[in-house]
Design a protein. Structure first.
Length: 426
């Protein structure tokens, strides 16, 4: 029997794509193995969000090929920069061709090479109609759409995922129900931009959340990243949906820059003031909101004044977490053609923002020490102990706990990136 190992990189959306391919391979009679060393074929489900990520993907594929493994390349990189894919691979599948993974291996076994990337925009693949591998755990990713409605000048992911295709609410709800019936207690709603979910089919994210929270049972929903320009269109309705206790008090709202001119150059179609209005509205009605945002430093044209505006925005808004990225030009994007900032300057700004974001995060997390919070236990933690997530999706390390249980925890320690706590006696 042919043995296959699937490894997925990048976002939770890609993780779901990997589980789809694993289910298809199993149904086709292939054996899945955990260790790539034991595999005949390795499927590398790539990410291409940043230049360093692309280099990592190319290096991984080369390593596998050099070790004698046969490799099928899938994911965003095959769209964004196909030249980065080693020509020795046994097959190449685009993000809307993952349903052909078993066929790709079959073709390779016969000495051929299936390449299914071109024409992907015309493929109307509904991934919620495909099987998924149900892996052990507390958390399950449910994709709600693919693609987006933005045209950011720096983003290459849209070249892979395309224009928005929202999945039918009834299919999303069915997958959530199936996951809960199998014992999962945390549902991650994933998309390139959850904020524009449903705009192409006459609905929106708030309505979808209302349908999901109406499902019986004790579970939690983590809503994936949403862009401010779309969130504004149904803000009050969305905040009202968030008031349901089944939804984590967690908001991932990327601002990318604190300067309106840079936002315009980025093609972001919202202002700093728009971002702050959303944050104020959420915080007014959702206590203890865990605000996560993304910021790109060193974007072409970012002056000292523009970067200063970003620093000042961070000091005003005080996000719980900031994902700081150093700008790197991506193939085929508009911004890649513009004059780039010196690498030393981008690094310097990144370090300054990183220091500030750790300081703010620590100040916020310290306020939880001594308090009792509800936690969903996940399992063994990478930092030791048992990992869990608080009611607002903060990571917390516990002294004990059974995966899938909701427990009361007293917070005993706080760092910049996570908390520690002990179970409270009944």
């Amino acid at each position: 029997m042919i043995k296959v190992h699937v490894e997925s990189y990048g976002c939770s959306r890609n993780r779901a794509d990997g589980e789809i391919m694993e289910a298809i391979l199993l149904n086709a009679g292939y054996e899945l193995v955990e260790n790539p060393e034991n595999a005949d074929y390795v499927v590398v489900n790539t990410c291409a969000v940043k230049d360093p990520t692309e280099l990592k993907m190319a290096k991984r594929i080369k390593e596998l090929l050099d070790s004698g493994k046969k490799v099928i390349a899938t994911g965003c990189l095959v769209h964004v920069n196909p030249k980065a894919i080693d020509p020795r691979v046994s097959g190449i599948l685009g993000v809307k061709s993952i349903d052909r993974i078993a066929e790709a291996i079959s073709v390779a076994e016969r000495g051929g090479k299936l390449i299914s990337v071109e024409g992907w925009r015309e493929r109307n693949l509904d991934k919620l109609e495909l099987p998924r591998l149900w892996k052990p755990g507390v958390s399950f990713v449910v994709p709600i759409s693919e693609g987006c409605l933005n045209a950011c000048t720096y983003c290459a992911t849209r070249f892979a995922r395309g224009v928005l295709k929202s999945y039918k609410p009834e299919l999303v709800v069915r997958w959530v129900k199936d996951a809960l019936a199998r014992g999962y207690r945390e549902i991650i709603l994933s998309s390139e931009d959850t904020g524009c979910y449903g705009f192409d089919i006459g609905t929106n994210l708030a309505k979808l959340l209302d349908e999901i929270t109406a499902i019986e049972g004790d579970f939690r929903i983590r809503v994936g990243m949403m862009n401010p320009n779309h969130t504004l269109k149904f803000l009050d309705e969305l905040v009202e949906a968030y008031e349901n206790e089944k939804i984590y008090r967690f908001l991932h709202l990327p601002v990318q820059s604190g300067d309106n001119e840079i936002l315009r150059r980025m093609g972001r179609t919202y202002t700093v003031e728009d971002f702050e209005e959303i944050v104020r509205t959420f915080r007014r009605r959702i206590p203890n909101l865990n605000l996560n945002t993304d910021i790109i430093v060193g974007f072409p044209g970012e002056t000292d004044g523009a970067f200063h505006n970003t620093i000042e925005l961070v000091k005003r808004v005080k996000p719980d977490k900031i994902n700081v990225s150093r700008y790197s030009p991506r193939p085929g994007t508009i911004a890649a053609r513009w004059k780039q900032l010196p690498g030393w300057l981008v690094k310097e700004r990144s370090r300054e923002l990183h220091r500030l974001r750790l300081q703010i995060a620590y100040e916020i997390n310290k306020t939880y020490v001594g308090k009792t919070v509800e936690v969903l236990v996940h399992g063994p933690g990478k930092k030791g102990g048992t990992e869990g997530r608080t009611f607002n999706y903060k990571e917390i390390i516990l002294d004990a706990g059974n995966p899938g249980e909701f427990v009361k925890v007293k917070v005993t320690w706080a760092g910049s990136t996570y908390l520690r706590g002990v179970l409270e006696e009944d």
